[in-house]
Design a protein around this ligand. Structure first.
Ligand SMILES: NC(=O)c1ccc[n+]([C@@H]2O[C@H](COP(=O)([O-])OP(=O)(O)OC[C@H]3O[C@@H](n4cnc5c(N)ncnc54)[C@H](O)[C@@H]3O)[C@@H](O)[C@H]2O)c1
Length: 318
């Protein structure tokens, strides 16, 4: 795995999964800019440089190379400064890990404008901003093999789940950003992939405490280190993929195939009428199967699940 001498930015690297990424990349020989705003997982609270500084200091203590950075990645122009600070510290940039994310845990009917906008601002706009500024820098250099962007999406963005529509929508859009930027940036030597992790952090403990219980012996399925191993692979010269989403929970790694067409109805160059469509579409399956291979532990589907169809039937019968 060739990461030695590379320079990486890890957003949200002060805690949780991002901290594991920063440590893994540093252990593999990269210089790491540990970015973190140091707020609560909802995006509320006072900013603090302490989490990023603690991770960077730990890397230095272990003989690695790192600097801390507390830029708010939802501030598009400030993210240009994050790239400049990276170049000032290490003279180059090879790897971007867009990991920082927030969750406000609010279903759409209850979401405020702030819930929606803040979630999109961090989870989607933050990754887009760093992708933009990194790509703008690379575009000013000669094309070079080994450039990488790894975006952190979520099972909640790749398979439907109720409870936090802003979060799910931000992560779904990030998956599309991953696929489009993989196409746009290939001529610069950039591979762009996404990971959908499940691991024990303050976010996941808040929504699935039982599943996230620390283990006292044996295989620790929820350790963030499993996610970091996949990210270190995607960051390395061994990475074969671009534009792909990979799920990871413990020792399960899942390759997603995105939106795929399962049926095609053709009307022989005749206009469809609404009634004609109703008849033709009546033949198609109501439920999409096979959404969640590898994520069954957390996402009990086909979609829509029977409970959703039952809820609709109860209203429609009344
Ligand atoms: N933990 C899981 O099981 C899980 C599942 C799916 C996706 N994810 C995703 O993994 C990523 C990491 O999450 P985590 O569970 O480690 O959460 P976490 O809250 O422990 O860590 C996220 C870090 O991002 C930082 N951050 C938040 N907003 C920022 C901003 N505007 N600028 C810079 N830094 C900011 C926070 O301060 C925090 O330290 C997130 O994108 C999350 O959505 C996590």
């Amino acid at each position: 795995m060739n990461i030695k001498g590379k320079v990486a930015i890890v957003t949200g690297g002060g805690r949780g999964i991002g901290r594991a990424h920063a440590l893994a990349l540093a252990r593999a020989g990269a210089s790491v800019v540990v970015n973190d705003i140091g707020k609560e997982f909802s995006g509320e609270g006072e900013a603090s440089a302490a989490p990023a500084e603690a991770v960077a200091a730990g890397i230095l203590r272990d003989g690695g190379s790192a600097v801390a950075n507390a830029t708010d990645i939802s501030d598009w122009d400030a993210v240009g400064g994050l790239v400049e600070a990276t170049l000032a510290a290490f003279g180059r940039l090879d790897i971007v890990v867009n990991n920082a994310g927030i969750t406000r845990g609010v279903p759409i009917a209850k979401a405020t404008r702030k819930d929606w906008e803040q979630t999109i601002a961090v989870n989607l706009n933050g990754a887009a901003a760093l992708t933009h500024w990194a790509a703008a820098y690379w575009a000013g250099q000669e094309p070079e093999a080994g450039r990488r962007i790894i975006n952190t999406t979520s099972g909640m963005g790749l398979t439907p789940m109720p409870g936090d529509s802003a979060y799910s929508a931000s992560k779904a859009a990030l998956a599309m950003l991953t696929m489009c930027s993989a196409m746009e940036l290939a001529p610069l030597g950039v591979r762009v992939n996404g990971v959908a992790p499940v691991a024990r952090t303050r976010i996941s403990e808040s929504v699935a405490a039982d599943l996230m219980k620390p283990v006292t012996a044996g295989f620790d399925r929820m350790s963030p280190d499993h996610v970091a191993a996949l990210v270190a692979y995607l960051a390395s010269s061994n990475c074969r993929f671009t534009g792909r989403m990979l799920g990871v929970i413990g020792d399960d790694v899942t390759l997603f195939d995105g939106w795929s067409v399962s049926r095609d109805l053709n009307n022989g160059e005749q206009d469809w009428s609404p009634d004609g469509l109703a008849t033709a579409l009546a033949e198609l399956p109501l439920v999409q199967e096979g959404l969640t291979q590898g994520l069954k532990a957390t996402m009990p589907y086909p979609f829509p699940p029977p409970s959703v169809l039952e809820a609709l039937a109860a209203v429609e019968k009344a």
